[in-house]
Every structure is written in C-alpha cells, then in structure tokens.
Design a binder for this molecule. Structure first.
Ligand SMILES: [Zn+2]
Ligand SMILES: [Zn+2]
Length: 239
C-alpha cells in the first residue's frame, strides 16, 4: 500500500479492535486495543518442566505426575495463555474469520512470554504445525505458520516451513476424545527433508495445545528424522 494511504484510511475508517469493537489507539499491539491486549489470560508458573501444564505448588524443574508415568516425545512444551476469554475469541477471529492481522500481536505475545520457558538461543529452527494442503486451500493461510513467522522474526531464528508435511487430512482434534485424538494424528505427518532436521534443536509451534497429541506426533516424526531435540510452543492451552 502507498505509504501515505494507511494513515489516511485510519482517519476515515478508524481501526476497531476485533474483540471489543472499540477504537484502537496506536500502542504497538494493534489491531488489539490496549485493554484487550492486557486482559489476555497469560499463564503463570509453576509449570511442569516437561509438558508445561501449570501445576500449583510444583517445585521448579519438577515434572507432573502424568509426565512421570508416560513422558511425552518432546523435551519441553510451553503455552503462553489459557484458551479462554479474549484468547479464545482472538484465535477464532484469526482462524475462522481470516483476521490475519491478529497474528502480529499474538506472535508478539508468543515471543515475549514464551522466552521464559524455552531455551531460545539453543533453537536451530522453528517449525509450524502444517495444515493438510486441502485445508490450506480452503482457509487460504496456516495460522500456525503466521504465528511462527512472527516468532522467528522476533527471536531471529530460522523459520522452517517446508520441513514437515501433513500427509493425510485429519478431523479437528476438538471433536474427539483423547484416544481418538492419538489415532487421528498417528502417521499424519512426514519429514520431507530429514537432512534439515538431522542434529538440530527444533521448536514446533501451534496455535492451540489440547492434549498434546498433534504436537507429540510432530515431535516424534522430527526425532525419527534425526533431530537432536524437539520442544513445543503454543499460543494457548486448553485447561
Ligand atoms: Zn478491545
Ligand atoms: Zn507434565
């Protein structure tokens, strides 16, 4: 767009916050207004050192009961917010109403809050969870990739969008119970370029972490392709 046109358009059509529809003053998190940005339900420690689930009273570096019984494939997982209130609404607007401008503030939230639980300097590449090509064609964009791209820019880490592919369409995980979720994603991903994974520390990024089946399966595939370590970062965790 021509440089002078955007401020002019803002003057004629003031940008409205997609969550509360109030006018947005420029404060660096637009299109979210300052109030909605501040109200995003950020998660606070203590977290399980492995799966990242908030566990009240857990000592630092300890893992939760579930991870002790059955350790997940990834070395660590973190989510920066709870999947409720403004966060749930923002993800819906991004994914299902195509408000792709939201990927900027939400990617910033990942970068600002995710750094606390993720060894940023050790990461060799950021890998968004891929959509099946058919789903990608329907939606026109991959929300995980938009978030990962913003994160990669903020953290100055390589974005690897062609490493993982989804080889068969899967049903939305939200419709399934835990056992079905695991079956739904088993064998659904493939590492297209194992050489790009070999010996690397990779961070897999998604918008929502539910039971961790999808992110666990992506991790398993990358480890099988030779990755040295795989961690997971999601925007929101279903509580
Ligand atoms: Zn707002
Ligand atoms: Zn755990």
């Amino acid at each position: 767009m021509i440089a002078w046109l955007a401020p002019l358009l803002d003057l004629v059509f003031p940008p409205l916050c997609p969550l509360c529809e109030r006018r947005v003053d420029r404060h660096g998190h637009d299109p979210l207004c300052a109030g909605c940005w501040a109200a995003l339900p950020r998660l606070r420690p203590p977290f399980c050192a492995r799966c990242g689930r908030p566990v009240p009273g857990l000592p630092p570096a300890e893992v939760c009961e579930a991870c002790r019984r059955a350790p997940p494939p990834f070395a660590y997982a973190r989510a920066v917010a709870a999947y409720r209130d403004g966060m749930r609404e923002a993800i819906h607007q991004l994914k299902f109403r195509g408000r792709v401008a939201l990927a900027r503030p939400l990617g910033d939230l990942l970068a600002e809050e995710g750094g606390a639980g993720v060894p940023v300097e050790a990461i060799d590449g950021i890998v968004p969870v891929p959509l099946h090509p058919r789903r990608l064609a329907e939606r026109g964009f991959n929300q995980a990739e938009l978030l990962a791209a913003r994160l990669a820019r903020r953290w100055r880490r390589p974005l690897l969008t062609r490493l993982l592919v989804r080889t068969r369409p899967t049903r939305p995980q939200s419709e399934l119970d835990e056992a079905e979720r695991r079956r739904n994603v088993t064998g659904a991903f493939r590492a297209r370029d194992p050489a790009a994974a070999a010996g690397r520390h990779l961070l897999v990024v998604d918008d929502v972490l539910t039971t961790g089946s999808t992110l666990g399966e992506c991790s398993r595939v990358l480890l099988a392709a030779g990755a040295r370590a795989v961690g997971v970062l999601a925007l929101a965790r279903v509580e």
